[in-house]
Ligand binder design. Structure first.
Ligand code: SF4
Length: 161
């Protein structure tokens, strides 16, 4: 016997138009997620029982990842705080990319070493790369190639730390 209120309850995913398979972006475990979409809006994210990694489970962070897509704190523009600045400002993406490229070139040049301890090394100590857990296998492959080609020797990922 159910009360009328209980009988009227419906799972919040029953009105979804489609379910998209995805992977939690928060850490290197890579738990499977079902993303429920209604009217082109993500309405719910739950664990994917078909995932051999997580078998339907999500930790509290992964369970809250709906906020990542729909939360008020989500940023859609480049935010920049200048050296010694106290406020954040919006930058056009093209300008931000140019600034990053300029700094990579400058740091590479300033940190370049042809030789060290009598041996030819042809490397830069001007920058390193630390990847985050949201990078996938293919992205990490390309990042390793890029930074090695630039001469960096400190190339790491959160998943190995
Ligand atoms: S649900 Fe938790 S453990 Fe799984 S990938 Fe996301 S953050 Fe990592």
């Amino acid at each position: 016997m159910k009360s009328a209120a209980t009988d009227a309850l419906r799972p919040r995913i029953t009105t979804a138009d489609k379910v998209v398979k995805s992977i939690c972006p928060y850490c290197a475990v890579g738990c499977g997620q079902n993303v429920y979409v209604e009217d082109d809006t993500v309405t719910q994210i739950e664990g994917d029982a078909d995932s051999p990694i997580s078998r339907g489970r999500l930790c509290p962070k992964g369970s809250a990842s709906l906020q990542l897509t729909t939360g008020d704190a989500r940023q859609y523009r480049v935010r920049y705080r200048r050296p010694y600045g106290q406020d954040w400002e919006d930058l056009p993406l093209d300008q931000a990319m140019d600034m990053i490229a300029d700094r990579v070139i400058k740091s590479r040049r300033e940190g370049w070493q042809w030789e060290a301890e009598g041996k030819r090394v042809r490397r830069t100590l001007g920058f390193a790369h630390l990847g985050g857990a949201t990078l996938d296998n293919e992205e990490n492959y390309l990042i390793k190639k890029l930074f090695t080609a630039l001469g960096a020797i400190q190339i790491e990922n959160q998943a190995r730390i």
